[in-house]
Design a protein around this ligand. Structure first.
Ligand SMILES: *Cc1c(COP(=O)(O)O)cnc(C)c1O
Length: 421
């Protein structure tokens, strides 16, 4: 459920008219609903209310400071995957003891800054990384809390580019080698083992892969405890999917996911951490764009938008589907027509949808991509020298630009031409 609905024939974000925002901000732009973000966070928080837990928002999904600040105020932790994300979390007021640090390539500088600024735990992805963390911690005279990310070799049944829990993926250490690696971790001077971490992929639309992975984690917890390790936390990752096509998709609900966690690992008495990103931000954001031209092609009509693959790369990168709706509500009886919906970038891959049935549209009309809040703005680039599009947040009847559109001069002046040219 989200807070983007038609009122009086116009799409609204909460109580704000989307066409009015477009008139003030210009298109294209990302538009987030504050209530939707909070609602999704609370769904997870409530789904785990049967025991001690922390919901760590995977901020790579959408990391604007306003989004982080809103979630931090709700008590969210953060899952960060870079020094930049760590700095953003701290700047949003998230205390270090609510930040977990994931990612396969943490550098010595990133490890040091997290240890200095405070960290709940590092999710360790390899033995060399484990040794590096121990070394940095020892040099600073501190002990680094760690969980080791195990790769359970489970098929997440999702798009290949976002599956992470199979043995061929670069993530974690094979679960079969976990005992050996935990034994080495326990012997390193700068580390304190606090738990086990697992994350098998993104946009999962079934619970079975989670169930298989969590059962393996439960078994491993008992084994590691028998080996003498103290396992007080289980970080179960993110990955719960969202309905991108409202008409025919119904992925599992956070409540069912929470119940599954209780069923599989609840008896172990561990504190539970989860790292949802997409489900918190995805349906809390739109990308709003204007039709530049309707072009009659050979056997098809093209809807050419002012948004492009550099603004929203998911269709080009993951063959992703997004619902695209007119901002002005179409008449119920209107006959739809098929459009190929494309952007202006000089690549055929800059295609958002093919033969998409839409009400007839004309130049100047506004459309909104639904479910664009996660992996949208954060993956944008300035390809074709198209400045990053602004981000806007709506809350009740107010809205604010939370990242301004750079001018061409601002974009150009980030480059430096050497004197010797
Ligand atoms: C990407 C990622 C997440 C979030 O995945 P979603 O599908 O957005 O919920 C969580 N944990 C880790 C380690 C990740 O890499």
């Amino acid at each position: 459920m989200d807070h983007f609905i038609y009122h009086d024939g116009v799409l609204h974000a909460e109580d704000v008219n989307v066409a009015e925002i477009a008139a003030q901000v210009g298109t294209p732009f990302y538009l987030y609903s504050h209530s939707t973000l909070l609602r999704h966070f609370r769904l997870f928080d409530e789904a785990l209310s049967w025991g001690p837990h922390l919901v760590c928002y995977a901020m790579k999904a959408a990391s604007n400071q306003a989004i982080l600040t809103a979630l931090a105020a709700e008590g969210a932790g953060m899952d960060v995957v870079s020094g930049g994300e760590y700095a953003r979390a701290k700047a949003a007021g998230v205390p270090g003891d609510r930040i977990v640090f994931s990612g396969v390539g943490k550098t010595v500088e990133e490890i040091r800054s997290a240890l200095e600024g405070g960290i709940r735990q590092f999710n360790v992805e390899s033995e060399p990384e484990m040794r590096a963390i121990s070394q940095v911690a020892t040099s600073l005279g501190v002990v680094a809390p760690i969980a080791i990310r195990v790769n359970p070799d489970v098929d997440a049944k999702t798009h290949a580019k976002i599956a992470t829990g199979k043995s061929e993926n670069k993530f974690g250490i094979p679960i079969a080698r976990a005992r050996e690696v935990y034994a080495e971790a326990a012997a390193l001077p700068g580390l304190k083992i606090v738990g086990i971490d697992v994350h098998i992929g993104s946009q999962l639309t079934q619970l079975e892969p989670f169930e298989m992975a969590y059962n393996k984690v439960a078994e491993l917890t008992e084994t590691l405890r028998a080996d003498g390790h103290e396992i007080i936390r289980l970080d179960l990752g993110g990955g719960l999917g969202i309905p991108y096509a409202r008409s025919n998709e119904a992925p599992p609900l956070p409540t069912d996911y929470g119940a599954l966690i209780q069923r599989t690992v609840g008896h172990l008495g561990c504190e539970i951490e989860i790292e949802p990103g997409r489900l918190i931000a995805g349906n809390a954001g739109l990308l709003v764009s204007e039709v530049v031209y309707v072009k009659n092609g050979e056997g098809r009509d093209f809807l050419i938008l002012d948004a492009a693959m550099n603004d929203l790369i998911r269709p080009a990168m993951y063959d992703a589907y997004h619902d695209i709706v007119p901002v002005i509500e179409p008449e119920a009886a209107v006959e739809t027509v098929p459009y190929d919906i494309v952007g202006p970038v000089c690549e055929s891959g800059d295609t958002f949808a093919k033969a998409r049935e839409m009400p007839p549209l004309k130049a100047g009309d506004l459309v909104a991509f639904r479910s664009a809040g996660a992996y949208g703005a954060v993956m944008a680039s300035e390809y074709n020298s198209r400045p990053l599009v602004p981000e806007v947040m709506a809350k009740d009847d107010q809205f604010a630009v939370i990242r301004a559109r750079p001018s061409f001069d601002e974009m150009i002046n980030r480059d430096t031409v050497p004197e010797w040219l």
